[in-house]
Design a protein around this ligand. Structure first.
Ligand code: ZN
Length: 275
């Protein structure tokens, strides 16, 4: 886990997704298309794209999920896992990186790699990019694209053009945005980031956490991001106290009351929106 306890406390619903309950892996393999599966349960959602030259994964959950991920991939193909695209640096999406054999190549945004190095996290990718990259394997194409800041400063979305499916990473997770300011996140820029992503041609969304969704759900999530931003900005303009803003956050946006007061993230969100 790379998120501070404070950041985690920001969003109660998000806790359930990210906490290791100490029970070991509890994941389910879901078929989304003929050659695309999703592994859902612990940590972030993993995408499994099968080609006749190898498998491309998106994210790899926690370290303790490694064997389970490999077993689930083996249950649907004999092809080796050749590439892992990390959507961002958080440990519930990169936790198994260091467990893979050296032949597996890892790719992330340059900022995500930097966040991993700065946080002394194992398994930092050897290959990075700034705007867009793609993997071509077995006649199939997967694109990784950076649309701007949001959850962190290094989130990318993974696009499967032939399937019109988009893995959003934590730029969409739960119902309300969780901003990791320590990891370069920004509530102010988040909706513009999603606007760029929404220009892509896709029908199905694999969010960072939670069940597979539709493009309309990403549109709804984007409006929740805007709602949060506009509500807090409006309260700040009225001179509302921090305590009263905190009350709105818990009553209207489901943030946890205890954690809110002590988190750095809350203060940094207010500072960002005051500008
Ligand atoms: Zn995350």
């Amino acid at each position: 886990m790379r998120l501070s306890a404070g950041v985690l406390l920001l969003a109660g619903s998000w806790l359930a997704y990210t906490q290791n309950q100490g029970r070991g892996p509890s994941n389910k393999l879901n078929k989304i298309a003929a050659d695309l599966y999703e592994i859902e349960g612990d940590g972030g959602n993993v995408a499994v794209y099968i080609t006749n030259e190898g498998v491309i994964l998106v994210d790899d959950k926690f370290e303790y999920d490694f064997n389970d991920i490999v077993d689930k991939v083996k249950s649907v193909t004999s092809q080796p896992i050749k590439y892992v695209l990390n959507t961002h640096h958080h440990g519930d999406h990169t936790g198994s990186n260091a467990k893979f054999p050296p032949a597996t190549e890892f790719i992330s945004h340059v900022n995500a790699r930097k966040n991993m190095i700065d946080g002394k996290m194992p398994g930092a990718p050897r290959v990075t990019f700034t705007q867009e990259t793609a993997v071509f394997l077995g006649g199939k194409e997967v694109r990784a694209r950076y649309f701007g800041r949001g959850h962190t400063n290094g989130d990318v979305m993974i696009y499967f053009p032939a399937l019109k499916i988009l893995h959003t990473g934590d730029l969409m997770a739960g119902t309300s945005p969780l901003i990791d300011y320590g990891g370069g996140g920004s509530l102010l820029e988040w909706s513009a980031t999603l606007d760029e992503a929404l220009k892509l041609d896709f029908d199905t969304v694999i969010p960072g956490h939670g069940p597979v969704a539709k493009k309309a759900d990403l549109v709804a999530f984007r409006s929740n991001v805007d709602k949060l931003k506009n509500r807090v900005t409006g309260l700040l303009r009225q001179g509302t106290s921090k305590d009263d803003i905190a009350k709105v956050m818990t009553s209207e946006f489901g943030w946890m009351p205890g954690g809110l007061q002590m988190t750095r993230g809350f203060d940094r969100m207010l500072a960002e929106l005051k500008r």
